[in-house]
Design a protein around this ligand. Structure first.
Ligand code: BV8
Length: 300
């Protein structure tokens, strides 16, 4: 195993040596983040898109934000559901789905946008560690209600984005003013907590988005599935880290976990500074650029 004493290197984008290793690899894992879906038009958390109106996305992705202002948090997630339903998987989503069909391979996805599923990624090897925009669950601790809800946009009428012609904040009117619905200069209709989706089971709690917020545990059975795959006695040959700053834990820790089980590391990212916390070693790869361009190329 490479010593950690050496300073981190940014190795050359050596396609030939990468594909030679890929083809001889028996077990491969990918850790993917928001950069995988950037070319599908979905903003990343940290990039320029990290702002939604006047709020940092990471401020809204917490249980505290939902307790304080469930209407605002629902508007944020309803907007992202709407954007994700309008978006399409890009060539990188399809390339990963294809790799999953020909190798002992697992995608650990931090993304909640549903695009890997819509690219027909085999469900058994797609592990969503931060949940999905298209699941909802009861916010009451004692109630276990949860359901998949990828059919209604908006989930309740009160969360409809302004689209009716009489409304000055219709998409056309906004476009004419060069504004976007996520722009803080746009005033959304006042939302009353009574208009938010309620739990149909306990009738008491509010429904909340089925995503993992900061400070919340990741889904136990998903973590167990990943642990079982990672703990297989056969070594892991390669981890491909795509479109993520790999700064959110415990998801980011899979890079070192894979390396400790023999894996070489390949990073695909727009930003050369965004390598996993442990850095890259000689023999690893860094491919700088758009995931939707690079991933289909290197996985060919
Ligand atoms: C937990 C769902 C504990 C919601 C998200 C150490 C150990 C354990 C926890 C911690 C720890 N240290 C700190 C923590 C706490 C915290 C954490 O990690 N904080 C960070 C900020 C330091 N972790 C947690 O709270 C986790 N829970 O640990 O619970 C616990 C234990 C017991 C009991 C109770 C609790 C839960 C974390 C999950 C948070 N939810 N998402 C939602 O989506 O709204 S995280 C969210 O942000 C995303 O899922 C993603 O994972 C993360 C980062 O988002 P982005 O920055 O957009 O994406 P990314 O980082 O992937 O960056 C984009 C990248 O793409 C960039 O590098 C960019 O250069 C690149 N890029 C852009 N365009 C392209 C591109 N690359 C290629 N092509 C392009 N076109």
């Amino acid at each position: 195993m490479a010593s950690t004493a050496r300073p981190p290197l940014v190795p050359p984008a050596d396609l030939e040596s990468f594909q030679k290793h890929l083809n001889s690899s028996k077990r491969i894992v990918a850790l993917v983040g928001a950069g995988l879906s950037a070319s599908s038009g979905l903003p990343t958390f940290r990039g320029a898109g990290g702002l939604w109106r006047t709020h940092e996305a990471t401020e809204l992705a917490t249980p505290g934000a939902f307790q304080r202002d469930p209407a605002l948090v629902w508007q944020f997630y309803s907007y992202r559901r709407h954007m994700s339903l309008k978006a399409h998987p890009n060539r990188a989503h399809y390339a990963l789905a294809e790799l999953a069909r020909r190798k002992d391979f697992m995608t650990v996805s931090q993304n909640v946008d549903g695009l890997s599923q819509r690219a027909s990624h085999p469900p058994s090897s797609l592990k969503l560690v931060h949940g999905s925009l298209f699941d909802v669950k009861c916010n009451e601790f004692f109630c276990e209600y949860a359901e998949s809800n990828n059919f209604t946009d908006p989930i309740v009428p009160a969360l409809a984005l302004p689209t009716d012609e009489s409304d000055p904040t219709t998409t056309e009117a906004l476009r004419a003013r060069e504004l976007d619905i996520s722009d803080e200069r746009v005033t959304l209709p006042e939302l009353n907590i009574r208009d938010l989706p309620r739990c149909p089971k306990c009738k008491k709690g509010l429904l909340r988005p089925g995503v993992v917020w900061f400070g919340e545990m990741l889904p136990k059975d998903t973590l167990k599935d990943i642990e079982t795959w990672m703990d297989d006695p056969r070594q892991i040959d390669l981890i491909i880290v795509i479109g993520t700053s790999a700064r959110v834990y415990p998801a980011a820790s899979y890079v070192d976990d894979a390396r400790m089980r023999g894996a070489k590391v390949a990073v695909v990212n727009m930003d050369p500074a965004d390598v996993p916390a442990g850095g890259l070693y000689a023999g690893d790869w860094f491919f700088q650029g758009d995931a939707s361009e690079i991933v289909p190329e290197i996985l060919k």
